[in-house]
Design a protein around this ligand. Structure first.
Ligand SMILES: N[C@@H](CCC(=O)N[C@@H](CS)C(=O)NCC(=O)O)C(=O)O
Length: 242
């Protein structure tokens, strides 16, 4: 049996898992779902209410991106502090970038449907078309998206970028020294909402089709030393996009 990865295709936590599996050469089939419907798919696969969920070829279930990363590429945790820094990104940058991105894109989500719905089953695409307003309200309520929360989230993302740049300021090639590790992969994957990287494992809308506020922020984050670091990791460590 081929492994299955249950995802929301544009989700950056799902990109973290895809990156880990691609890097390790694990064969898997991605099962992309619409936001909110993903809860049913995650539960059906044996997980909780979040994606990614990996069902391995042997039938084991890993319901957290960190568990998937550690399973696929345990050597990425060799540097002391790797798991702690990964957790800090998972708990800070990940939710903050996502909240800000939804605040910026939900008003124009219909125009972004070709990317947001990439690969999701036909029935769910139809559901999005007829019940898009419900999905919008559902995501806002689910994640607590509003203007104040989005502004605070953006400050948090900026602080993370400054912290990453500070760690690299002594010239080290990676966050914890000389070797690429779990913290590097996690930072680059979870920074995607503000960088829109080219080699992301699911197609992302180009900045040109994004609302002006988001476009300007992406340009600013790409020009930041931490943004350039993430771009280097995508170029040299991401491997084949699926
Ligand atoms: N700690 C989880 C977080 C994953 C996560 O937040 N996934 C999002 C998609 S980006 C999700 O399923 N959100 C729904 C929710 O939070 O209930 C992991 O690393 O896998």
């Amino acid at each position: 049996m081929t492994a299955r990865l249950v995802t929301i295709p544009i989700s950056h936590f799902c990109e973290k898992a895809r990156w880990a599996l691609d890097r390790a050469g694990v064969a898997y089939r991605e099962e992309p779902h619409l936001q909110l419907v993903h809860v049913l798919a995650a539960r059906r696969a044996g997980g909780g209410r979040t994606v990614p969920v990996l069902v391995t070829a042997e039938g084991g279930v890993l319901a957290d991106s960190s568990d998937i990363l550690r399973w696929a590429a345990p050597e990425l945790y060799d540097e002391p502090g790797a798991a702690a820094l990964e957790r800090a990104f998972d708990e800070g940058l990940g939710p903050a970038g996502r909240l800000w991105m939804y605040h910026e894109t939900l008003p124009v989500v219909r125009e972004l449907a070709p990317w947001a719905l990439h690969g999701v089953p036909r029935g769910e695409r139809l559901l999005f078309r007829v019940g898009g307003g419900l999905v919008d309200r559902g995501i806002r309520a689910f994640l607590g998206v509003d203007a104040d929360a989005a502004a605070a989230a953006l400050v948090r993302v900026e602080a993370t970028f400054d912290d990453v740049a500070g760690r690299l300021a002594d010239g080290r090639p990676y966050l914890l020294g000389e070797r690429f590790g779990a913290a590097d992969l996690t930072f680059a994957a979870l920074a995607a909402p503000v960088l829109l990287p080219d080699r992301y494992g699911s197609p992302l809308p180009p900045p040109a089709v994004m609302p002006p506020g988001l476009r300007a922020a992406v340009e600013r984050f790409r020009a930041h030393p931490a943004g350039a670091f993430a771009a280097r990791l995508y170029a040299t460590e991401r491997g084949p996009a699926t």
